[in-house]
Design a protein around this ligand. Structure first.
Ligand code: BEZ
Length: 235
């Protein structure tokens, strides 16, 4: 399909590219409509396909979990609005999958038949498909800054525990000024940012800071309880 839009690949730390579009929930002005909230903008390859259906049912069943973290979901594919509406109606009326049934998708699903938005967000990746968006996930913070991007191919459904973990990780890093180690989950130790100079770091290593464990001068962790994380994130 022809489009006049230049393909771009937004990067972590960039302002989320702005666009206006039509969705299953009315018009959207992104990211302005989401100021003060987190947003997960995600693309799927096509309506009426099995992997996407399993993903939409999972997204919809976790929508309240994301909203409790001040995060709104926004979907997109290069299908038209009537296809979106018919597919979501089929999901609600006909599909029972892994204990999920009567699933109503109430978050907006963008129609992008011109591929304008998909091009702006680098969701079309020709090595994978020229006509369908890959499974892209953009985590956008309350100031409209892209904080994490994950891409999955057409053949692999997303891991929703990981999406929620990423959101909680970003919010925890912001709230507590810490970094998070491999496989971190709320309640696990967090990384104390490396002190400005080697001398300061060495001092910190030698002082018995409460709850701080240092593995070397550049690698110190401290306790951060699940309770403290949840209190900060679920307001
Ligand atoms: C799917 O969601 O099942 C799918 C979509 C496009 C290509 C391959 C699989």
């Amino acid at each position: 399909m022809e489009t006049n839009e230049v393909t771009s690949m937004p990067r972590i730390g960039d302002q989320a590219p702005a666009f206006k579009a039509v969705t299953t929930q009315g018009d959207i002005n992104f990211p302005a409509d989401y100021a003060g909230k987190w947003a997960i903008l995600f693309s799927h390859p096509a309506d009426f396909t099995p992997v996407c259906t399993s993903e939409f049912m999972t997204f919809a069943s976790m929508q309240k979990d994301f909203e409790a973290l001040n995060c709104q979901l926004v979907g997109l594919s290069v299908d038209g609005l009537y296809s979106h509406i018919a597919w979501l109606r089929t999901i609600k009326e006909k599909i029972e999958y892994k204990g999920m049934k009567n699933v109503e998708v109430t978050f907006p699903l963008i129609e992008d038949i011109t591929m304008e938005v998909a091009n702006k967000y680098g969701m079309l990746q020709p090595g994978e498909s020229n006509t369908k968006a890959v499974r892209a996930v953009f985590f956008i913070d309350p100031k409209g800054v892209i904080r994490t991007i994950i891409y999955y191919p057409l053949s692999l459904g997303r891991n929703f525990d990981e999406l929620k973990r990423v959101l909680m990780g970003l919010q925890t890093a912001d709230a507590f000024g810490v970094a998070l180690p491999a496989d971190w989950r709320p309640g696990d130790d967090v990384i104390v940012p490396t002190a400005g100079s080697c001398g300061v770091a060495k001092e910190r290593m030698e002082s018995k800071d409460e709850g701080v464990t240092c593995y070397d001068w550049f690698f110190c962790t401290k306790k951060l309880s699940k309770d403290a994380v949840e209190k900060a994130l679920y307001k």
